[in-house]
Write a protein that binds this ligand. Structure first.
Ligand SMILES: CC(C)(COP(=O)(O)OP(=O)(O)OC[C@H]1O[C@@H](n2cnc3c(N)ncnc32)[C@H](O)[C@@H]1OP(=O)(O)O)[C@@H](O)C(=O)NCCC(=O)NCCS
Length: 177
């Protein structure tokens, strides 16, 4: 068994990514990605991801300052396990909701320690992009993500209450130097 690693998205992992996408969509995430479109032209999707296309991808586009975003996939034994999204800087929106980085593990592979691994492995990449201290924001109810951030050394900053525009978020600073 090979160790897990982070790679730039590539069509090598198309089959397992498509399986994971169905899992993500059944839990209500990745709604902006069309399975039909990806089945037709997966390479175009990969090109967009590798182009460090801007955050946000869809939501809030009309009023949020776009920010370059690097997407990495965690893979192991030729299979897609999860994604990490690294924003190269903060904007007004990301300071409150989103932060420098977010991560996900495909639902069928959760609870096996890969969430801890993906953030640990992302830290040198975050630093490589010029970010010494990364802001991570998390739903206060998301116990698994909070454990991962704290395991990686994240220092609690504050908790922002829910507003009309944003859900509540705990904010942490992660030293990636
Ligand atoms: C958050 C997420 C990445 C966790 O992935 P994972 O692979 O299950 O995480 P791990 O197996 O490494 O578990 C990390 C810790 O959380 C705990 N945990 C896992 N699932 C849990 C759950 N449902 N409830 C409570 N704790 C949980 C684990 O026991 C572990 O704790 P430990 O410190 O005692 O070992 C995954 O649930 C996910 O992709 N969620 C959707 C996206 C998301 O919320 N991203 C984070 C926002 S930045």
């Amino acid at each position: 068994m090979a160790a897990s690693k982070l790679v730039r998205p590539t069509n090598t992992f198309k089959d397992s990514f498509m399986e994971a996408l169905i899992e993500y969509q059944s839990e209500g995430s990745y709604g902006h990605v069309s399975i039909a479109e990806l089945n037709t032209d997966f390479d175009a999707f990969i090109d967009k991801l590798r182009d460090e296309r801007q955050y946000p991808q869809h939501d809030f586009q009309d009023w949020v300052d776009p920010v370059p975003e690097t997407v990495l996939w965690m893979v192991k034994d030729g299979t897609y396990y999860g994604s990490v999204y690294i924003r190269h800087r903060l904007n007004w929106h990301l300071e409150k909701w989103g932060g420098h980085a977010s991560f996900s593990i495909r639902p069928s592979l959760r609870g096996k320690g890969f969430g801890k691994k993906i953030l640990q492995k992302a830290m040198p990449y975050i630093n490589y992009l010029g970010i010494d201290r990364a802001l991570l924001t998390v739903d206060p109810e998301n116990i698994a993500a909070i454990r991962i951030i704290e395991f990686c050394g994240g220092k609690f900053e504050d908790e922002l209450p829910e507003t009309d525009e944003f859900p509540a978020r705990k904010r942490y600073w992660l030293n990636c130097e």
